[in-house]
Design a protein around this ligand. Structure first.
Ligand SMILES: Cc1cc2nc3c(=O)[nH]c(=O)nc-3n(C[C@H](O)[C@H](O)[C@H](O)COP(=O)(O)OP(=O)(O)OC[C@H]3O[C@@H](n4cnc5c(N)ncnc54)[C@H](O)[C@@H]3O)c2cc1C
Length: 282
């Protein structure tokens, strides 16, 4: 195993389904739910995209047979979005249908802004047929308030995050304070809808703002949840779960970890220092 593979383990549950199941079990014991994600993005052939959908179906069967508390998160570029919208629609429909059989849920992750429109159009198509899907909105994008309005009108569950992709000023806020202010505005819009949504953030200020708004509005802890990424702010994760808030951990696994790992490093200089320290020690 390479040094980088060892370091990536800080953010990734492992390379195999068995390792992911073990990581999920540990989190479940701490009172947390999970969403499993097979690492990888931008698949160029129908064959590869169909194979990946089959893997997600296997995951759903494993979740059912092991009784772990988990759903799945899916990236549409893994499912053939670069090939065609119709192919991607049919491919992901197979996953959503299998999840539906087990009473489980599929979250459609949000990727870079060049995919936002097509992702949401597909989500609206699925939502007309199935009720066990939700998607993700990024507070970095100017368009998000309108998208949240439309998603809530259609009663689609939203995971709110800040956005992990570097976006141009033509579509996205460039300053952290603007992204944070928009996160809080969108969080209020979501909580006011009465639909079960998820606030995905490790930012203490966003978490406190959510708790405070829910308190003021008399919104019960059971009506929304927090979400965090595997391996980030573990003490914050356990504390929220202990305090009675819904806490879901996004658990990525698999061998194609580099782009995900790189985004986590880019988010925080301390993570780069952590890697350098371990490389020097290795
Ligand atoms: C469950 C979940 C699902 C997500 N899904 C998507 C998605 O579909 N599409 C998308 O674009 N983005 C997604 N993201 C990523 C998200 O957009 C942000 O890039 C990421 O969560 C960092 O933003 P933050 O809210 O934690 O705030 P930040 O302002 O980035 O960070 C606040 C604090 O959190 C801690 N922290 C944040 N990131 C790290 C890190 N990498 N390592 C260590 N500490 C850190 C630090 O203490 C930091 O000061 C998801 C995030 C979560 C939690």
């Amino acid at each position: 195993m390479s040094v980088l593979t060892i370091l990536a383990k800080r953010f990734i549950a492992g390379e195999t389904m068995a390792e992911a199941v073990e990581a999920v079990r540990q989190l479940n014991l701490l009172g947390m739910k999970t969403s499993l994600d097979i690492l990888g993005e931008n698949v160029a052939s129908e064959r590869m995209a169909a194979d990946l959908a089959d893997k997600y179906i296997e995951i759903l069967k494993t979740i059912e047979s092991t009784g772990i508390a988990a759903n799945v998160s899916v990236k549409l570029t893994q499912m053939g979005l670069d090939i065609s919208d119709d192919f991607c629609f049919d491919n992901v429909s197979r996953i959503i249908e299998e999840a539906g059989e087990f009473g489980n849920f599929v979250r459609i992750d949000m990727e870079g802004s060049t995919y936002t429109d097509r992702t949401l159009k597909l989500v609206y198509r699925w939502a007309e047929k199935y009720d066990n899907i939700g998607t993700v909105i990024q507070s970095s994008l100017y368009r998000s308030a309108n998208d949240v309005r439309e998603l809530c009108e259609r009663r689609i569950r939203v995971r709110l995050c800040k956005g992990a992709y570097k976006e141009p000023a033509s579509v996205a806020f460039q300053r952290k304070e603007q992204v944070n202010d928009n996160y809080i505005a969108l969080m209020k819009q979501l909580l006011d809808s009465g639909i079960f949504h998820s606030m995905a953030t490790h930012d203490e200020a966003m978490i406190e703002a959510t708790k405070k708004y829910a308190d003021i509005k008399g919104i019960a802890k059971s009506k929304f949840e927090f979400q965090m990424l595997y391996g980030i702010n573990r003490s914050g994760q356990t504390k929220l779960a202990r305090d009675g808030y819904g806490m879901l951990i996004y658990v990525p696994f698999g061998t194609h970890w580099f782009p995900y790992y790189y985004r986590r490093l880019r988010e925080r200089k301390e993570n780069v220092l952590f890697v350098l320290k371990h490389l020097l020690k290795a």
